[in-house]
Design a protein around this ligand. Structure first.
Ligand SMILES: [Fe+2]
Ligand SMILES: [Fe+2]
Length: 205
């Protein structure tokens, strides 16, 4: 093993330790392999963009808009996961026939924005800000990159689907049950904070 590969594996291990500590919701995923893959996906996504923690990313829906007054992406991801889980479990209590997979719901909630390290990378953003005629603007949004990350580390299609379809991209297909819950939790999160004056966006008029 070369010095740089040792450094890379040490860095990835340190990032994985941060991810594990920062996401206590991981403990509620009963499938150990799935839990490990969630950590691997976030560690890979962060390391690829030179980040070490989810909280290194500012708390925005997209770069420059829907910005939290306090908190980071970590705040958002944990809240959306817990909102989606609460609504799913409430619906399951109301209708026991609901085919809810809580493991997939938690994993999908924790990973729905796993593509954001790519979309929020300032160096990458400069490429499409400076050359939109060549790169598009943005070159790609985080759901598509999240789908790529999930499949790259071997997560099941049910989780990759949530990362890829939780936002506007999902309007072009039928979302799964767990993806519907994450989608609505995600949009409710931003809308509820905006109407409450808890975002730095322009005030409502
Ligand atoms: Fe998102
Ligand atoms: Fe989100």
């Amino acid at each position: 093993m070369t010095a740089s590969s040792i450094e890379t594996s040490d860095t990835r291990a340190a990032i994985a330790a941060h991810v594990t500590r920062d996401l206590p919701e991981l403990e509620d995923i009963r499938n150990r392999d799935l839990r490990a893959k969630v950590v691997e996906a976030w560690s890979y996504a962060l390391a690829e963009e030179g980040l070490r923690r989810i909280s290194d990313m500012e708390g925005c829906g997209s770069p420059g808009r829907l910005q939290l007054r306090t908190g980071s992406q970590l705040t958002h991801i944990r809240a959306v996961t817990n909102m989606a889980r609460a609504s799913g479990e409430a619906l399951k209590a109301s209708d026991p026939d609901l085919p809810l997979d809580v493991d997939i719901l938690i994993a999908g909630g924790l990973l729905h924005d796993v593509g954001k390290p790519f979309e929020f990378n300032a160096a990458r953003r400069a490429g499409w800000t400076d050359r939109p005629s060549s790169c598009g603007f943005p070159a790609m949004r985080h759901p598509a990159h999240g789908w790529h990350i999930c499949l790259t580390v071997g997560l099941p299609i049910e989780v990759a689907h949530i990362a890829g379809a939780h936002s506007h991209e999902g309007e072009h297909l039928q979302r799964s049950l767990e993806c519907i819950l994450v989608h609505h939790a995600d949009f409710a999160y931003w809308k509820a904070l905006k109407v409450s004056g808890l975002l730095i966006d322009p005030p409502l008029s």
